[in-house]
Design a protein around this ligand. Structure first.
Ligand code: PGA
Ligand code: ZN
Length: 417
């Protein structure tokens, strides 16, 4: 079915933090697609620039004046052509002219319009009929670091991965139980705990790193023994936000401790052993490939994941691959701008046995496309929170995909855990 683009419309909407963001509609001769862009708070330095100077208003203007004339008339079925046109129109290396989030919204809306034009679901359009594996949901239970204010842990995210689940629905329900159990335990520990939540729907609580991990470990054990299904613990240290480059130390304000890179490695290794962590993201700052390499060598049954380290960028990943720094990579399409760029990184990851982890951003919208991208790109894990509207939008879409696939649906392979 031909899917010639007839119209491209951009508008300003808001994300879950109330920040302005861009939404794009693409109308083809036979279908329609709409997508809006998310935004990070603890961003990697090598991410593309989200918006041109002048912010979302300027981005909307750029779409009308310079992007739309080049995109209208093209065929939405040729995703690479759309994405390379976006690069050409922009002309910079980091999308600073039209905005990386502008490119993201157009790229994803185009894929959705192409899928819609041929009557397919997005995950099938991008992943083909062989796409039938559901990712395990990696969910945030307690927030810290840059995702909170006031007294909270220094580590940014305390995560659960229900890797023993037999279906996505069961995995999502398990995460919700763990989140609830953690909330109850926090209430018992602190009479002032008021069930406040952070941007990602995780609890905002007055606890330190080890109290947060103890509570999460207790909750995982309780839910595992009730359900008979294994739940692993994970953390996103987001260490770039703890790193002080002048002192060359990681500054843990809450703990009142400073750690040099060697002490940081020992600290992380202790946590992996004590809590049997199955997932550790950004344990070191974004330029310290060497420490990632050492940690990866020392732990065998844990995903060592790079987020700010790689920023979904294939050049940075290839540097990691050469050193065997990390064994997993966060994929946030808006870190690189287009689906084609992100897919190249995913393919490089898979070829080199890195686990691609599809992920939301702390400021997100109810856009559910990453649910489809996780299945289409065969990501065995999706990190997209547990509760809160923008998170639930993705979780519920994966439940629908699983139902749509019926008997063909199968959980992804996470044998290494
Ligand atoms: P961000 O954080 O979306 O605020 O960048 C999420 C993460 O670090 O994984
Ligand atoms: Zn991260």
């Amino acid at each position: 079915m031909s899917a010639v683009i007839e119209d491209l419309i951009a508008r300003k909407v808001f994300n879950s933090r109330g920040e302005e963001t861009i939404e794009v509609d693409i109308v083809t001769t036979s279908g329609f697609g709409r997508a809006s862009a998310p935004a990070g708070k603890s961003r990697g330095k090598s991410e593309v620039v989200y918006y041109p100077q002048g912010g979302v208003d300027q981005a909307v203007k750029k779409v009308e004046e310079v992007v739309s004339p080049e995109i209208v008339g093209l065929n939405a079925n040729f995703q690479e052509e759309i994405d390379s046109t976006l690069h050409e129109v922009d002309g910079s290396k980091d999308f600073r002219v039209i905005g990386g989030n502008t490119a993201f919204a157009i790229s994803v809306a185009n894929a959705e319009a192409a899928a819609n034009s041929c009557g397919s679901l997005l995950f099938q359009h991008l992943g083909g009929t062989i796409a039938h594996e559901l990712p395990y949901p990696l969910g945030n239970t307690i927030s810290g670091g840059q995702h909170t204010r006031g007294r909270s842990p220094d580590i940014q995210e305390f995560l659960v991965l229900p890797h023993g689940a037999e279906s996505f629905l069961e995995a999502a329900a398990t995460n919700i139980k763990v989140h609830r159990t953690v909330g109850d335990a926090l209430g018992k520990k602190d009479k002032l705990f008021n069930e406040g939540k952070s941007d990602e729907g995780a609890w905002a609580a007055n606890v330190d790193n080890s109290q947060a991990l103890d509570i999460l470990a207790g909750a995982c054990e309780e839910v595992s023994s009730e359900s008979g299904l294994e739940c692993g613990l994970g953390i996103d240290v987001a260490a770039s936000s703890l790193w002080d480059s002048k002192q060359r130390k990681y500054v843990y304000e809450r703990e009142n401790v400073k750690r040099d890179p060697a002490e940081q490695l020992d600290f992380i290794l202790d946590l992996v052993r004590k809590y049997n962590l199955v997932y550790v993201e950004d344990a070191f700052h974004e330029e310290d490939f060497k420490s990632f390499e050492e940690l990866t060598k020392k732990v065998k049954t844990c995903l060592i994941c790079g987020d700010d380290l790689f920023t979904s960028n294939d050049e940075r990943l290839s540097r990691g691959v050469k050193m065997q720094a990390a064994n997993a990579i966060i994929i946030k399409v808006n870190q690189v701008g287009t689906l084609t760029d992100a897919l190249e990184t995913v393919e490089m990851a898979r070829k080199n046995k890195y686990v691609p982890v599809m992920a939301h951003r702390s400021g997100d919208s109810c856009d559910w496309h990453i649910a489809h991208l996780a299945v289409a790109f065969k990501c065995p894990v999706i990190k997209t929170g547990i509760v809160e509207g923008a998170r639930i939008a993705k979780i519920n879409e994966l439940i629908r995909i699983e139902e749509f696939l019926g008997d063909r649906a199968k959980m992804a392979d996470l044998k290494m855990l």
